[in-house]
Design a protein around this ligand. Structure first.
Ligand code: 13P
Ligand code: ZN
Length: 280
């Protein structure tokens, strides 16, 4: 199934589709093992910096080979694409989906750049995600607010023809200093006025009950990155403390295994959300 159809199906079923970032072979295998064990689909995401780190061709081939090796239904997605050029390179490299993140541009500029990527992606039959509103990036202020407004979301999706929209409803990238409080009412109102698949960025650290409420009120794609990096590095640092092992293949499996446990927990949350819908 194509990613667009899967997201539409899951939205209808009020199920979340988890999108995990990967950075190298170990993090890729960690997330794929979780999807394999639970027989769940998964979106594999690459940011510009991960693409630069691994090389575009290597990253794509690694992702595709991993999906085949683990027998997982999954898709490759560009996360937070910052330019039309990068989106174009990823389309050429065979991505199933690209995000163009014009969320820091003025509204009309965001429409313009998103429309351009939508036009290009059409020729590849690829899926496009955009972002509207302020979801703090790593290092940006959590205090500033810029939630997505339903009327703007409607106008934006109509003007761009974008398939999926990342919304600002109270999440932020990275760890939270205080417990996030998602605006579920606002989310439900956005979902009512736009047919686009709704995406939750900043999935790390969002309490389980809030993730479930978000999914049952319109969110489908849930992005997870920081918790994956964190558990991998925390475990690896413990493994390496006072360890003289020089066979690097022996020190990674524990950290990879911890990613698998983490992602299995999140995948279970994605499925169990239909009983907490807000009824208006
Ligand atoms: P976290 O790093 O907070 O999980 O956010 C992930 C994300 O939104 C990737 O686009
Ligand atoms: Zn994000």
């Amino acid at each position: 199934m194509k990613i667009k159809e899967k997201l539409q199906l899951f939205t209808k079923q009020k199920r979340g589709l988890l999108a995990t970032n990967f950075y190298n072979l170990e993090t890729l295998h960690g997330v794929l093992k979780a999807a394999q064990e639970l027989n769940e689909p998964l979106i594999l995401q690459l940011t510009q910096s991960s693409i630069e780190y691994m090389g575009l061709d290597t990253a794509v081939k690694l992702g595709r080979a991993g999906l085949r090796q683990f027998g997982v239904e999954g898709w490759l997605h560009l996360d937070h694409g910052g330019s039309v050029d990068l989106a174009q390179r990823c389309l050429d490299a065979g991505f199933d989906s690209v995000m163009i993140d014009g969320s820091e541009l003025p509204f009309e500029e965001n429409i313009k750049i998103t429309r351009e990527v939508v036009k290009r992606a059409e020729q590849y039959g690829a899926h496009v995600e955009a972002e509207l509103g302020y979801v703090a990036k790593l290092g940006q202020s959590h205090a500033r607010q810029g939630f997505t407004q339903p009327a703007e979301a409607k106008q934006f999706v109509e003007a761009t023809g974008v398939d999926a929209l990342a919304v600002a409803i109270g999440t932020a990238h990275g760890f939270y200093k205080k417990r996030p409080e998602l605006d579920i009412e606002l989310l439900a109102n956005i979902a009512k006025v736009t047919p686009a698949t709704l995406v939750l960025h900043g999935g790390s650290g969002v309490p389980e009950d809030q993730l479930q409420k978000a999914i049952s009120n319109g969110i489908c794609k849930v992005n997870l990155a920081t918790e994956i990096k964190n558990i991998f590095m925390q475990t690896l640092q413990m493994e390496l403390a006072g360890n003289a092992e020089i066979d690097l293949r022996k020190v990674f499996p524990k950290a990879t295994g911890q990613i698998t446990e983490l992602v299995k927990g999140k995948l279970k949350i994605m499925k169990n959300s239909s009983d907490v819908e807000i009824v208006h």
